[in-house]
Design a protein around this ligand. Structure first.
Ligand code: C2E
Ligand code: MG
Ligand code: MG
Ligand code: MG
Length: 289
């Protein structure tokens, strides 16, 4: 139990974002080292690394139009490890490419397995770590997994984050362009967090902008409201789909709907689900036939 408390402390966001986990001193450092070994094992055997899927809904169409795949690591001792921790560890261990491929393969297989039980155009979104984009073969790896799973490229959306330091990495933008030309969709995740600027919206070959949960707490006339207005207007001008993330309360909806947002993802509709329950949710919310 002391160990779990320690883990909870060592994996707090502050620690994850402020330090490299494996550089932590003392007990926390040893714990992180042990976790690192376990992650390598988990990736090798892979049954403890799995995905949950969170429905994304279109209010207008009254249906689930996509699902976001979210990484889960069920540790034998510590229980569920948050994906931010798993990904940070994998980055430190330089195995994030393999982890990312594992995630993408699982997501594509799941979407392929659902096949005709869901709408033909149901999208599966997959989070891509900034580090993965630095891999010179990133686009080839994605295309290989699509070929291997036989999935239509347009059914996959890659979620990249603003914190991605793409500025020098024209190579990363090139990879995204090639993928998009192959039909893969690209989403800018957590938009409005404040990492970067609106120029991302122009520089990147995007289909979707995901409006960060931090912007969903608005009261009439506050700054967030103005920021959301601008993002929505801009995404419309650029022909991008806007998805609002992290909606929990019904009261949060009307303002977005007034602004013309019709696509949402959040606990209000559904938490992330195992594939079986997610399929049930999708079929129960499939819109007009
Ligand atoms: P994200 O991509 O922005 O994913 C949305 C996160 O918000 C998920 O947390 C989801 O469970 C949570 N969420 C959704 N609706 C609500 C809501 O109404 N209220 C609240 N409070 N939270 C909500 P999760 O699964 O813990 O993932 C956290 C982050 O970890 C993700 O943020 C993403 O950045 C990263 N992540 C998750 N899976 C992967 C993965 O496979 N690869 C990579 N590279 N990163 C991943
Ligand atoms: Mg995401
Ligand atoms: Mg997000
Ligand atoms: Mg977020």
């Amino acid at each position: 139990e002391a160990m779990s408390r320690l883990l909870a402390a060592s994996v707090s966001d502050e620690v994850v974002h402020g330090h490299r986990l494996i550089d932590l001193p003392g007990t926390a450092g040893r714990l992180a080292n042990a976790l690192s070994r376990d992650l390598v094992d988990a990736l090798a055997s892979s049954d403890r690394l799995y995905l949950q899927y969170q429905p994304q809904v279109s209010i207008e169409e009254r249906r689930v139009f996509g699902v976001e795949a979210l990484l889960r690591w069920e540790h034998e001792v510590y229980g569920l490890i948050p994906p931010s921790v798993t990904v940070a560890l994998a980055e430190d261990l330089q195995i994030v490419d393999r982890l990312g491929e594992h995630v993408l393969r699982l997501a594509c297989r799941q979407r392929a397995a659902w096949g005709k039980s869901v709408a033909d155009d149901l999208i599966v979104s997959v989070n891509i770590s900034p580090r993965q984009l630095q891999d010179a073969d990133f686009d080839l790896k994605v295309l290989r997994i699509l070929a291997e799973t036989g999935l239509e490229p347009s059914l996959v959306e890659l979620e990249i984050t603003e914190s991605t330091s793409l500025a020098p990495a024209t190579q990363a933008i090139g990879a995204l362009l090639r993928l998009r030309n192959a039909g893969v969709r690209i989403a800018l995740d957590d938009f409005g967090m404040g990492h970067t600027s609106l120029h991302y919206l122009r520089e990147l070959p995007l289909d979707t902008v995901k409006i960060d949960r931090s912007l969903t707490f608005t009261s009439q006339g506050d700054l967030n409201e103005h920021v959301i207005r601008s993002i929505v207007a801009l995404s419309r001008t650029l022909g991008l789909r806007a998805v609002v993330e992290g909606i929990e309360q019904p009261e949060q909806l009307p303002r977005f709907i007034d602004l013309g947002c019709a696509r949402f993802q959040g606990y209000l509709f559904s938490r992330p689900l195992e594939s079986g329950p997610c399929l049930d949710y999708i079929r129960a919310n499939a819109g007009a036939a």
